[in-house]
Design a protein around this ligand. Structure first.
Ligand SMILES: [Zn+2]
Ligand SMILES: [Zn+2]
Length: 349
């Protein structure tokens, strides 16, 4: 449900959802109905190497839920998974990552690196699908946190049953490696960080039983993205879509694991004189600039400046007088588990 935050309109939804058009287990219509039951304002679907749901006219506003269909591209080695939204077509399967990232940028599509940080080697049937080539140019953002990916990273031969029965327990936080990479890139340009559920609800067989791992609704109650629009979401689909892409590209986004509580009331703003910005925004100067954070409930709150933690406190709010130029973002942890992560506010740069 839309929420007014200062002058902004805040919407919540999930990114990176699979359907039966690739390796998911429910049709788009069924998954949308599940998302609506848990109050999603937007849902971004990305099946592997197909836009068949979009071709079938399934993008649109479903009552008040904005449903967008992109796809997930991978290279011939099954590395460099890349979410593309708004591309004119599925690009050629034999392209390199550099080629499909560039093609997406040329065609004005939104491009997000998916689960770039996978390193696992514990199970033969679950190889990692990492991002290797960081020299690519033209991507809009990075999936900093991927639910399936973190779950699978922790899977071993010995913990499979426990992992299947309590899937959300394995979700701790994005890795320090990918957070550092994101900060490094963001120092040079805008690069949105977001969380993807990577929902499939696939079955797993642990003889003699078979289970559904992460039903869609469990996903939708875990990793959420929140977007800030400067006007209410349009009732016209094309306009609403443009608003959503604009908010994502503009980094007006924070993401959260809602297992630890709703992030709806999270607020991170920068102020300088009469100027007020939310995450994704820039303040012209560090002179008299302050950053303000408030959390829905008390948690461990960290302020990160240019990739370095400069402050940590246990509180439900924080006010910080800025003294240095740079990029600032916020992390909140509950009992050492990642809860809320903001995009950056830029100050004097
Ligand atoms: Zn993938
Ligand atoms: Zn995926």
């Amino acid at each position: 449900m839309v929420r007014r935050v200062d002058d902004w309109y805040q919407y919540t939804g999930c990114v990176h959802i699979h359907t039966t058009e690739s390796d998911g287990t429910r049709s788009l219509a069924e998954v949308v109905a599940l998302g609506q039951e848990v109050g999603l304002d937007f849902m971004m679907f990305s099946d592997h190497m197909t836009l068949s749901n979009r071709d079938a006219g399934k993008e649109g506003l479903y009552n008040k839920t904005l449903v967008l269909v992109g796809y997930e591209h991978n290279d011939l080695n099954d590395h460099h998974h890349y979410l593309l939204f708004g591309s004119p077509r599925v690009y050629d399967a034999d392209m390199t990552a550099a080629q499909y990232v560039a093609a997406g940028a040329r065609d004005g599509a939104l491009g997000i690196m998916a689960h770039p940080d996978e390193v696992r080697d514990a199970l033969k049937n679950h190889p990692p699908y990492p991002w290797d080539d960081w020299s690519v140019v033209g991507f809009d953002g990075i999936e900093i946190w991927n639910q399936m990916s973190e779950w699978t990273e922790k899977l071993t031969r010995f913990n499979q049953l426990a992992m299947v029965f309590s899937p959300r327990k394995s979700i701790v936080a994005p890795t320090d490696r990918i957070l550092a990479k994101w900060d490094e890139i963001s120092l040079t340009r805008k690069c949105v960080g977001l969380a993807g559920v990577d929902a499939h609800a696939f079955g797993i067989r642990i003889w003699p039983f078979s289970f559904e791992v992460f039903p869609y609704k469990v996903h939708f109650k875990s990793l959420r993205c929140y977007l800030l629009f400067d006007e209410a979401m349009s009732t016209d689909f094309e306009k609403a879509k443009a608003q959503l892409y604009d908010a994502i590209r503009g980094c007006r986004l924070f993401f959260a694991n809602e297992r630890w509580g709703s992030a709806e009331k999270f607020r991170f703003v920068g102020e300088c004189g009469s100027e007020t910005v939310v995450c994704g925004g820039s303040l012209a100067s560090e002179q008299n600039a302050r950053l303000m954070v408030s959390l829905p409930t008390r948690a461990t709150l960290r302020l990160i400046h240019n990739g370095r933690k400069i402050l940590e406190t246990v509180s439900h709010e924080l006010e910080y007088q800025v003294s240095a130029k740079g990029i600032y973002r916020v992390e909140a942890f509950k009992d050492h588990r990642g809860w809320i992560f903001s995009n950056h506010i830029r100050v004097g740069c």
